[in-house]
Ligand binder design. Sequence first.
Ligand SMILES: Cc1cc2nc3c(=O)[nH]c(=O)nc-3n(C[C@H](O)[C@H](O)[C@H](O)COP(=O)(O)OP(=O)(O)OC[C@H]3O[C@@H](n4cnc5c(N)ncnc54)[C@H](O)[C@@H]3O)c2cc1C
Length: 311
Amino acid sequence: MFTAFYAGMRQLDTLVVESLPELGGQVATLYPEKIIRDVAGFAGIKGGQLVTALHKQMAAFPDFAPTVATNEEVTAIEQTDSYFTLTTSQGTRRTRNVVVAIGGGAFAPRKLAIDYDPKLEGKRIFYFVKNTANFKDKTVAIAGGGDSAIDWALTLEQIAKKVYLIHRRQQFRGLESSVARLEQSQVQLVTPYLIDQVSVDPTFKLGLKQVRGDHHIDLAVDALLVNYGFTADSRVLRKWHLPLEHRALKVDQNMETGVAGIYGIGDCVTYPGKVKLIAAGFGEAPTAINHIALKLYPERRQSLHSTQLER
Ligand SMILES: Cc1cc2nc3c(=O)[nH]c(=O)nc-3n(C[C@H](O)[C@H](O)[C@H](O)COP(=O)(O)OP(=O)(O)OC[C@H]3O[C@@H](n4cnc5c(N)ncnc54)[C@H](O)[C@@H]3O)c2cc1C
């Protein structure tokens, strides 16, 4: 997000391609509630607030605000004439330069480990909440025991008719304050149970099996929201035929890989002294973008300092 902002500030047309429905990488997906203490300028900022601030920053130069394509995974990068063609889950994209910032790889939600009709996804079974209004006045089961499951249970409790929270353990692994709120809420806890069946005939129903016990429950609900965390697939890097070291992209002092025009920043790269921190990624972004800008527009000899914005 910071790279895209920076590219916009250098008046480059920029497209961000993200495999998840939302931008923000590990910060947004894995720890939006954690207070981050090692980002310059903030004594402490919640992950979610940092991502909100990055969204605002990306929009700072409206004429060069990046185009954002979410739910789109890049699967291949090929050089065609002076352009690169990215093959994605949605089609192809052409670009003069690529900045690879894929962290540990494309995130995907950890899915229910039982057979079910995939057509139920987005209708009855959800891995993301795109619009809370879809759950208004519905009976909703949420599966999971971490912060995300608890947060959604507490959020949906406000608008749903009834919320069940199904977890395989008695204890929840969330922030103490969230767990305390959960215990005082109207959310009905179903523990220690696992979902072992999903059926639709005649109505949508979950079969729940007691963990270390023989008890079974059938739970009729309108929707199931699964919050089992995320997996990251780093194997994609190996298919892109770029120089790797220790499974990370090897980059030079300009953050350029062995292929001219393909750059790498953030957790997916390596160079002597690399640290996998947000602050390091923030620093690597201007290095890559300024190098790209200089190559594309050698005549644009402008100051590297940020431009004064009109109020
Ligand atoms: C629990 C936890 C706590 C942390 N706490 C801190 C902290 O306090 N301070 C700190 O500095 N760092 C912390 N980190 C590390 C920090 O989150 C990472 O260094 C940082 O997120 C790396 O950013 P990135 O942009 O390189 O990659 P990521 O944040 O991993 O973002 C990569 C993005 O690329 C997307 N993507 C991947 N592959 C593809 C593809 N093929 N096509 C399209 N999109 C793709 C992913 O979905 C993801 O959104 C923490 C990490 C964890 C897990």
